[in-house]
Design a binder for this molecule. Sequence first.
Ligand code: MN
Length: 724
Amino acid sequence: MMRQYELVEKVQSYDPDADETLLNRAYVYAMKAHGSQMRASGDPYFSHPLEVAAILTELKLDAATIAVALLHDVVEDTEATHQEIVDLFGAEIGALVDGLTKIKRLDLVTKEAAQAENLRKLLLAISKDIRVLLVKLADRLHNMRTLGAMRDDKRQRIAQETMDIYAPLAGRMGMQQLRDELEDLSFRVLNPEAHAAIMERLDRLHEESGDVLRQIEVALVERLAKSNIVAEVKGREKKPYSIWRKMEKKHLSLGQLSDIFGFRVVVREMDECYRALGIVHQTWRVVPGRFKDYISNPKQNDYRSIHTTVIGPHRMRVELQIRTQLMHEIAERGVAAHSVYKDAKAEEAAQGMRVEAAESNAYRWLRHLVEMLSEGDSPKEFLEHTKLELFHDQVFCFTPKGDLIALPKGATPIDFAYAVHTNVGDSCVGSRVNGRHAPLMTELENGDEVEIIRSKAQVPPSAWEGLAVTGKARAAIRRATRIATRKQYAGLGREILGRQLSKANLEASDKQLIAALPRLGFRNLDDALASIGRGELNGADFVKALGPDGADMPKPKRKSAAKPSTTLDEPLNGGRTIAVRGVNRDLPIRIAESTGAVPGDRIVGILTPGKGITIYPIFSRALQEFDDQPDCWIDLAWDTSDESLRYPARLAVKIHNEVGALAQVTQTIGEHGGNIDHLIMNTRARDFFDLDIVVEVHDLKHLNHIMNSLKLKPLVSTINRATG
Ligand code: MN
């Protein structure tokens, strides 16, 4: 295990200004926090963050990143809290550790490629600072190196995830070395036979070719030196996984694979790259179609080199990468190489810029890269080697248990609820976002923790459809409201059918009703009842279908003889015909007692299972209670063809407490053709009486005439329609 002073010295070797105190404090804090925890391998847990930090020192990262590496597991795995980290190490390190804690939670729930994809989306989404990614990659590398102690299924899963997510990501960040190692470690776990076969083949090639690598190196160096180019040439054989990938991609057998050897030619200046290329091409025959100039055309991840393949000494195909030292650094360490450029810092410091600005400037390039990644500028190259997609229009939220839910931007807790499960959505009545009650129309943000408050009695209001952005939520809301409406119609249908049966002096069990369904073309009783409720199926037809001429009809209902079917409780219009359009004639209809309603009033029907339809004038205050149940509302219009009909209107009249006042009111109503259906007198004040009158009139014009006449009476103080 690396010691504290060794770590500090290592960082200071490439960054003399490194904050030594910070490193020491982070080291001691993490060591204490992890205490006696053990890893699966039996090593003390602290060895893990320490090794992660060591990997990052290889990449020459700054002291803050090294400190974060030391602290990266403390919040998730020990008693330490986010607040404590912020208090002790500041907001910057706090935010970085927080980012890692969030990603770590993902590891626990990542099971399949689908979730692996989510993981990558989250990485992009929350990586405001690329250092989170760098630490995560180092973390994964160390976990892959020490995978041996894990259960096999867990190893497979972690290796697959590494192959799918972390290796491509490392590649995308330009960190070739890290990528190679991650791929190779994963390949060993995922395809041990192929790995072993390739290793065996490589061993045999070594025996056959002897020190051919060394010979080619020497030949190259000598040839370049003749032209005054000082070059460092390093031969290397490809890693088993990149050989495997090539075999797969080009459908080659191992024997057919010729360019297993590659050489790196590292020169000092850029123009030397092109001169070296010329010399190589003059000396050996070029393999056509293999030349690529990534210097004038850098790769997306800033990789720059010249690639060419020649038939070299011993007639071996030799792949060459020609680059400068700087290009080499970037090729190997990618974003990490950029992060330690001191010249930009120094330059800005010289210009008198703030130190923090200069500090973060080192990462401008990195942030730009993340931006490009998330904006999907030219993601083709990245996509080549991965099945991952690029998303920038998504938010990533967590359940209280830490499960990740990916949603489109603009999504609300309703979408979240349906994304968790349809049942959760259907029973959702409220939400808490990050522990606080939040309206269901709240737009969710990255990293929000969302808790859904549920109630079994809930039916999602159809108005929610407008609050949801996901197709899943919208479809589910439509479906749930359809079911609820159908239930209501079925309830109504049952009532209508009951009345029809009563009229025919019959009763029928559900069993008998179901038996009649095939004759009506229905399979399901609720469907048939709902159809009656909607007015599509005539209740009388159902009664007929119960049996031809009542042959197999249920027995006549005995008690119904004593109880006529007209006893339905309809206090304001009992027995009266209510002429309205827009509704099934079989429906039990009543006019709201609290207000009454007359032709000329704008009206709506409210459909209530078990009660039928109640007609309210639009001004009725009672309607407010149905505001959030738009499916109960039925558009109705008066049918005024029959002028002999009368309708009730409820009036609130205030009269002076004087002899003859009441007589004046009743007389006026009578004189103008109104029938008083109901009248109650209340005394509220000494000088006035309040009258509650229900008067039957033909229509609104008739009613207004009566009301105006009453207003003219000296003893009538005020007169108004009751609003319920
Ligand atoms: Mn870790």
